[in-house]
Design a protein. Structure first.
Length: 255
């Protein structure tokens, strides 16, 4: 098992407006693997594939795209139907802190409490991307760290976020556990269209082990920047991964 390579994850990661999230440093680990069927004898019925029960899928009732993508993902990945939570939030990219708390975090927390065994949270197109609080923190990152929330002072001060959120999964060569490591691995199924988001699911199921190419997009920033340490991690990880035989490209320009 590969060790986690980044010593920090950011609960306050900023995002660019648009589809992609800029929650740099958050460790997003996918355990959504299909279970192989070992029985091959034609005269014996194959056992039903076990349902995946450590994943929670977040669907926005206000978004038809979110509902369609959520249902598709649950079906294709064989996730238990009870492991989908319906929220009722704005479809806009940005969401105010109060609405985030009531419309997203609270129902997600309630579902997590009811299920009790979730490690991974999957958001869908139509769920807001980031907080509208002047700092642009991603919804993905806020959910990942919701059990260790930032204070309002920390939310507005990036320099105070880094020491608090050193990645507890750093250099661990073991299966990820939200309960053990204190945060959730959060990812998102998104795209310009519903079909593009569905294609992410299809491509993941058809994926084969590969050694790259992998792109590390490190910014050229000054040492006083809140992102300096994260970019240094990318630079330091590059030669280590190359030694392991991976094809990794490091871009340090700001283009």
């Amino acid at each position: 098992m590969q060790k986690s390579a980044a010593p920090w994850f950011e609960c306050g990661a900023k995002t660019k407006s648009g589809v992609g999230s800029r929650a740099r440093g958050i460790m997003v680990y996918s355990a959504l693997l299909t279970v192989a069927l070992a029985c091959s004898a034609p005269s014996i019925a194959e056992p039903e594939q076990a349902k995946i029960t450590n994943v929670l899928v977040v669907v926005n009732k206000a978004s038809t795209a979110s509902q369609e993508i959520g249902r598709y993902y649950v079906s294709k990945r064989n996730i238990a139907g009870t492991h989908m939570v319906l929220i009722n939030a704005s479809e806009k990219e940005q969401i105010l802190p109060d609405e985030y708390k009531s419309a997203i975090e609270t129902p997600v927390k309630n579902k997590l409490k009811a299920l009790g065994n979730i490690d991974y949270i999957v958001l869908t197109k139509g769920v807001p991307l980031r907080m509208q609080n002047g700092a642009g923190f991603s919804v993905d990152a806020m959910l990942a760290c919701m059990d260790s929330p930032l204070s309002m002072d920390e939310l507005g001060t990036p320099e105070k976020q880094m020491p608090k959120f050193k990645n507890p999964y750093f250099e661990k060569a073991e299966k990820f556990s939200a309960k053990k490591f204190g945060f959730y691995a959060v990812t998102r199924l998104d795209g310009y269209t519903v079909d593009q988001a569905k294609l992410l699911v299809d491509n993941s199921l058809a994926a084969k082990s590969d050694k790259g190419p992998i792109l590390f997009d490190a910014l050229c920033v000054c040492p006083t920047s809140a992102y300096y340490q994260l970019n240094e991690v990318l630079k330091a990880s590059h030669p280590d991964l190359v030694k392991k035989g991976l094809e990794v490209r490091l871009d340090t320009t700001n283009d």
